[in-house]
Design a protein around this ligand. Structure first.
Ligand SMILES: Nc1ncnc2c1ncn2[C@@H]1O[C@H](COP(=O)(O)OP(=O)(O)OP(=O)(O)O)[C@@H](O)[C@H]1O
Ligand SMILES: [Mg+2]
Length: 252
């Protein structure tokens, strides 16, 4: 089944064309990476899918339906979630409370839900919270305030918060940015674990080629807002246009 369709998606900032008539589909179960030089339009593309940005032209369809006109939290409720955003953590709340809020918010819309009104739903939310924390390996630390978690566990919690909304599509924009090699390999392991457990569909934006090659089965290459290659890691690696775009940049 086709999960996500980008159709002629263009975003201009003033005179600058950040994404230029981008068209591609993502099938259920696919693990897609988007790569490309700095300023290629990768984050812009992600922000168009999460509805943080309004396109200049084109359409985004999710499960066959256009999401244009939807608010960011409505998109989360439909099953698109973005992970590894530090801003998603409430530092003073416990790990468990952070995951619960994410689970509730996805169901009822951010900051609109009322805990008391949804008391009946609490067992289901508690169960989902528990499963989520187990899947990211944080169940043992559920009563720890989020701010007291070590760096690596904070990243686990960020992923947990995204997973608590039970997304059908997970977006990740440079999850290993600023990480040490050890932290990077821990994060890759975590994403791999979760991908196996949940059979997740994801779109990953990443600069680290080792990360990309180990966890994606399809790579899209963006250059100056345009897709210049789309294929398996092996296909993309041997592509002349890709090597040209990267000349003097990242070694493929
Ligand atoms: N809010 C904005 N206002 C104006 N220009 C923007 C805005 N966001 C992005 N741009 C511009 O759009 C282009 C694409 O930016 P984008 O952040 O999508 O690139 P990127 O591929 O994510 O780059 P990086 O690898 O550095 O994260 C860049 O030229 C950038 O300066
Ligand atoms: Mg970016």
């Amino acid at each position: 089944m086709t999960l996500l369709e980008l159709d002629g998606l263009t975003k201009e900032f003033g005179g600058l064309v950040a994404t230029d008539d981008v068209t591609f589909d993502v099938e259920e179960g696919e693990r897609v990476s988007i790569i490309g030089p700095n300023g290629a339009g990768k984050s812009t593309l992600i922000n168009l899918v999460t509805r943080r940005l309004e396109p200049t032209a084109g359409d985004v369809r999710f499960k066959g339906e256009s999401i244009l006109g939807k608010k960011p939290h409505e998109v989360v409720q439909r099953g698109i979630s973005k992970s590894f955003q530090t801003a998603s953590i409430f530092p003073e709340l416990t790990v468990r409370e952070n995951a619960e809020i994410a689970a509730l918010a996805a169901e009822h819309g951010s900051f609109r839900f009322n805990f008391l009104r949804h008391r009946d739903r609490y067992p289901a939310v508690a169960e989902l919270t528990r499963e989520t924390l187990e899947s990211v390996g944080l169940h043992g630390q559920r009563d720890v305030p989020a701010e007291d978690l070590p760096y690596g566990d904070k990243r686990r919690l960020e992923l947990g918060i995204a997973l608590a909304s039970e997304p059908d599509l997970l977006l990740m924009d440079e999850p290993t940015a600023g990480m040490s090699p050890d932290e990077t390999s821990d994060t890759v392991e975590l994403i791999e674990e979760v991908k196996e457990q949940l059979g997740l569909t994801f779109i990953l934006v990443e600069h680290d080629m080792e990360v990309i090659f180990s966890i994606s089965d399809r790579i899209l290459v963006l250059n100056r807002g345009e897709i210049i290659a789309d294929g398996t890691p092996e296909e993309v690696q041997g592509d002349a246009a890709v090597q040209e775009a990267y000349l003097g940049g990242v070694e493929l």
